[in-house]
Design a protein around this ligand. Structure first.
Ligand code: 2HA
Ligand code: ZN
Length: 271
């Protein structure tokens, strides 16, 4: 067996969570990540017949039976993950019944996966139904995105439009826009279902006055989507109280989208 601490997926997870903490997106135990791993890759590091514990997941995830995920632990601080991944992270496989997680590695101190597992697994199911390459779901509390939630209408079209206006490349990076949910109780199946519904349409979903979800085919893609929204939100917040003299016009955004050949939300522009 190879040493799992140095597996590329583990190194990536350690680096990503440390970056997210450094950027101020994951205070205290804020944020969570689930990363679907390839069974063959994991079998190089772990005996897949050795189930350490079985943990109920609280809902049925039949389409994910047999799938393996690296998932951040509940109550754990992103700040500390790279120093002690075996306590702060876990590798789980969705059991045959679709309702149980088989722990294959991690949560060494008796812990378990994030309380947001419903939102994660339901989002994986939704993204996989529209993009079979999707592997990552990421949640965090980026400062400026959150600030913008308090002063901007929580309307998908208007919110996306304001973000697209803030950096030239926004429309090319997230042409599908940003889905927006109102404030909801977190850690529940209901917010998971609402998030997953949005994830059929968007790779980015704002949880009103809470944070953001991003999805992608790898950690970098999910991170990069959130990073770009956060940069746009930062510029929005740095300028919101000042007279606006210049802006990127809708025709210019259309030209950008066409130049980058992306399939953008035409109904989110006012043309
Ligand atoms: O505590 O971010 O949404 C982790 C969270 C809950
Ligand atoms: Zn949160």
């Amino acid at each position: 067996m190879n040493y799992i601490y140095n597996a590329p997926f583990m190194e990536e997870m350690k680096k990503t969570t440390a970056n997210m903490y450094r950027l101020g997106w994951d205070e205290r135990n804020g944020g969570n990540i689930s990363f679907m791993l390839d069974e063959k890759t994991v079998s190089v590091y772990l005996d897949l017949n050795n189930v350490i514990r079985r943990i109920p997941i609280g809902f049925e995830a039949k389409p994910l039976v047999g799938k393996i995920f690296l998932v951040t632990g509940t109550g754990e601080y992103f700040k500390n993950i790279s120093d002690d991944p075996e306590s702060k992270l876990g590798i789980i496989r969705i059991a045959e019944d679709g309702c149980t997680a088989e722990l294959l590695w991690g949560y060494k101190d008796g812990g378990k996966f994030t309380s947001e597992l419903p939102a994660h697994l339901m989002s994986h199911m939704a993204r996989l139904s529209v993009d079979p390459e999707n592997r990552v779901v990421m949640h965090c509390h980026p400062t400026y995105t959150l600030a913008m939630n308090y002063i901007h209408e929580l309307d998908e079209k208007k919110f996306t439009h304001s973000l697209w206006e803030m950096c030239t490349e926004c429309i090319a990076v997230f042409p599908d826009g940003v889905g927006v949910l109102p404030w909801m109780l977190c850690g529940t199946n209901s917010i998971g279902e609402a998030t997953a519904e949005k994830m059929k349409e968007f790779r980015l979903v704002i949880w009103g006055m809470h944070g953001i979800y991003g999805a992608g085919k790898n950690l970098d893609e999910a991170f990069g989507l959130i990073e770009t929204v956060e940069k746009a939100a930062q510029i929005y917040m740095l300028t919101a109280h000042l007279p606006r003299i210049n802006t990127i016009k809708d025709e210019e955004m259309k030209a950008l989208a066409e130049h980058f050949k992306v399939n953008y939300r035409k109904d989110f522009l006012n043309l």
